[in-house]
Design a protein around this ligand. Structure first.
Ligand code: DC
Length: 223
């Protein structure tokens, strides 16, 4: 199987359930999983901490390669460490998601994060990679691709409940984020070719995992 094992990509808009589903699928198969969004969130968080202008591509690219922050994959989460301190909880707030979306339109920034994202699959027997462009750009040759979606009210409600935030505020932030992520020139969110599309609006986590895993089992049988 070469230096990359099986790669499953799971793309979709904010709060469509990508992380929970990826974690469960990875656990089930004994694979690793990575949230590529954590790279953008981590970078945005560190840029804000260091007072870097979110439109300053050059400074952001330099920060991508800085050893002040790093990413660690664990079974539970994609951890972001800033100056050795775990800031994963901080980066998961909706406002950091909005800043992450803002910096993610810089092509040079995306290019700088790409190698580290791809390297997550190195030496693994399996990797579930979730984000916006995992099936289209990060792992275009992945044999198994999934696209999760859900209606916007449902997605906002999930995130608001998860974070104890105001529903209307989350809804309006996600609307802007969806618009930015789907219309940017560089690697916009889109359904990858041959992806299984799952609408998670009416499903619980168990239902989504079952649908995704059925697809994975069918694909694995053909590899
Ligand atoms: O999946 P998430 O909410 O953690 O992602 C945060 C932001 O990062 C998202 O709004 C856009 C950006 N992102 C991206 O551009 N490409 C990815 N593969 C993942 C995230």
């Amino acid at each position: 199987m070469g230096k990359f094992g099986v790669v499953v990509t799971i793309d979709g808009p904010a709060a469509s359930g990508k992380s929970s589903v990826s974690r469960e699928i990875a656990r089930k198969h004994g694979w690793k999983w990575v949230s590529t969004g954590a790279f953008y969130r981590g970078l945005a968080y560190v840029a804000l901490k260091k007072n870097i202008d979110l439109e300053d591509t050059k400074a952001l690219v330099a920060l991508c390669n800085s050893d002040e922050w790093s990413i660690e994959l664990t079974q539970e989460k994609t951890e972001v460490l800033f100056q050795g301190v775990d800031v994963t909880e901080q980066i998961n707030h909706e406002d950091v998601g909005s800043f992450a979306s803002r910096i993610s339109h810089h092509q040079e920034v995306r290019k700088s994060l790409l190698v580290a994202q791809r390297n997550c699959a190195l030496g693994q027997k399996g990797l579930v990679a979730e984000g916006r462009d995992c099936g289209t750009v990060v792992f275009p040759d992945a044999p198994i691709k999934v696209y999760l979606t859900a209606n916007s009210e449902n997605r906002a409600l999930r995130r608001a409940l998860e974070q104890g935030s105001d529903l209307l505020e989350v809804q309006s932030a996600q609307k802007i984020r969806d618009q930015q992520d789907t219309t940017r020139k560089a690697a916009p969110l889109q359904v990858p070719e041959n992806a299984l599309v799952v609408d998670t609006t009416e499903l619980d986590l168990y239902g989504v995992v079952a649908a995704v895993d059925k697809h994975i089992q069918q694909k694995l049988a053909t590899i």
